[in-house]
Write a protein that binds this ligand. Structure first.
Ligand code: NAD
Length: 255
């Protein structure tokens, strides 16, 4: 028996990186998974992996910034599986840019995906969890929300701070219905998102710096985040609510 056997989970941004790893981890632990992301080819591939692990998968091509697409994804999930036990709000973007150079479009893209998307997905799923008096919602925040100065990431830091606040707010509002809401705050994790638009030299320097900044002297991998999310999505964590839990190898600048 897996740790979330028989459960149904929606994972946003499940096409690659951390989201894809969450989907695989959930499937290994016995859950059926709805893969919600923008790129058809990516989610179809992850859906195949979920099926090869013996679980059902629904690849739902959608955009978390569009309410009607969220509603139809949730509807399809209910038609296919009859219930939704777990929601992981993982979809996110960064658009790195200096504070003075960042455009209004950069700001809007980040706020819309990282904050509005999370708000709308939670709003769409919560009524069904309330009906069944059971649910686990895990939001993917970031170390960027902890009040550190991260040059190039002003909008992202602001968005993830909003994610933390929404996590606490919804944990309070939904806890009474048997729904646990928590967030994870990853440090630097090796994915396509981390190193987009950078030269090879910049990437190599960043990798070294990142390693040096952790207590455990290694880089984070998607599975490091997925295993914490699995715990928060399972009944092992049923007395945890409204928490933002770091998974960053013990960043030395967090002390
Ligand atoms: N990688 C890191 O170092 C790191 C660190 C801290 C937090 N995070 C957070 O982890 C989450 C996942 O990051 P990742 O590194 O795996 O990113 P990634 O870019 O590799 O994957 C992001 C996924 O989200 C999907 N997505 C993006 N916009 C979407 C939208 N509008 N609608 C639906 N799906 C959308 C993409 O299709 C993709 O599947 C993000 O919320 C990110 O902010 C990442």
């Amino acid at each position: 028996m897996g740790r979330i056997a028989g459960k149904v989970a929606i994972v946003t941004g499940a096409g690659r990186g951390i989201g894809a790893e969450i989907a695989r981890t959930f499937a290994r632990e016995g859950a059926d998974v709805v893969l919600a992301a923008r790129t058809r080819k990516e989610i179809d591939q992850v859906a195949e992996e979920v099926r090869s692990l013996g679980q059902k998968a629904l690849a739902a091509k959608m955009d978390v910034t569009v309410k009607t697409e969220i509603t139809s994804m949730v509807q399809r999930a209910l038609e296919e599986f009859g219930r939704i036990d777990i929601l992981v709000n993982n979809a996110g973007t960064i658009h790195p840019a200096g504070f003075l150079e960042a455009t209004e479009q950069d700001w809007d893209a980040i706020q819309n995906i990282d904050v509005k998307g999370l708000f709308l997905c939670t709003q769409a799923v919560a009524p069904h969890m309330i009906k069944q008096r059971y649910g686990k919602i895990v939001n993917v925040s970031s170390m960027a929300a902890q009040g550190w100065y991260m040059p190039g990431f002003a909008s992202y830091c602001a968005a993830k701070a909003a994610v933390n606040n929404l996590t606490k707010f919804t944990a309070r509002e939904l806890g009474v219905y048997g729904i646990n809401v928590n967030a994870v705050a990853p440090g630097e994790i090796l994915t396509a998102l981390t190193y987009q638009n950078q030269t090879k030299e910049q990437v190599e320097k960043k990798l070294k710096d990142s390693r040096d900044m952790t207590m455990v002297k290694r880089l984070g991998e998607p599975r490091d985040v997925a295993s914490l999310i699995l715990f928060l999505a399972s009944d092992e964590s049923s007395f945890i609510a409204g928490e933002i839990i770091a998974v960053d190898g013990g960043r030395i600048d967090r002390m």
